[in-house]
Design a protein around this ligand. Structure first.
Ligand code: AMP
Length: 188
């Protein structure tokens, strides 16, 4: 199946072509149409299968089509991606920037082990998509530098690894801060 049959907007197809992708991987072919319909998706996919694009491309499209609600604070992301390590969070952040290059959405990445202040500045400047490790996200939530009440789409990337790493309590605490009504995408 060619990429242009997946229902992705022209700005995203341009970004995908610029990466030299000729056709979607199986997880993209199956996942993207479901995610675009607003469905919850649970997928088993190893790194290297194209899973990052499988959730990032439709997430960017949904956020663009819906637009930014007027009541939404600048530091209130509409999509939240949780990832277990700083490397993975940074990698997802780069993919969001690459695939979203032709869209007016703002994204930022927060993880622990580095100075929190530049992250606070970035959140204050506005964020549509936040990629985060669970612990540092809770630090920001506790300091009210992020507002999680407007999250429409939650992605748990490498969820099995997050559980192995003992993040279950942090994830529970994050879930309690999110709106009940949201789209959930879980990759393991
Ligand atoms: P991931 O599984 O998300 O870590 O992606 C693994 C690698 O596959 C990344 O380097 C992507 O740039 C690449 N990739 C993602 N989707 C495609 C595609 N449809 N065709 C070719 N390469 C892709």
């Amino acid at each position: 199946m060619p990429f242009n049959k997946l229902g992705l907007m022209a700005e995203l197809q341009r970004a995908v072509s610029a990466q030299g992708y000729e056709r979607p991987t199986p997880i993209q072919e199956q996942g993207i149409p479901l995610i675009l319909k607003g469905r919850d998706v649970l997928a088993g996919a190893q790194t290297g299968t194209g899973k990052t694009a499988a959730f990032t491309l439709p997430m960017l499209q949904l956020l663009t089509r819906r637009g930014h609600p007027k009541t939404c604070a600048d530091n209130a992301p509409r999509a939240l991606v949780l990832a277990p390590t700083r490397e993975l969070a940074a990698q997802v952040g780069e993919s969001v920037a690459t695939y979203g290059a032709h869209l007016p959405l703002k994204s930022t990445v927060v993880f622990g082990g580095v100075n929190i202040n530049p992250q606070k500045d970035a959140l204050r400047r506005g964020v549509d998509i936040l990629v985060a490790s669970p612990g540092r996200l809770l630090d920001h939530a506790g300091q009210r530098t992020v507002d999680l009440s407007a999250v429409e789409i939650l992605v748990l990337d490498e969820a099995d690894r997050m559980l192995d790493m003992g993040f279950i309590h942090d994830i529970r605490k994050v879930l309690a801060l999110l709106p009940r009504r949201r789209q959930n995408l879980l990759f393991s």
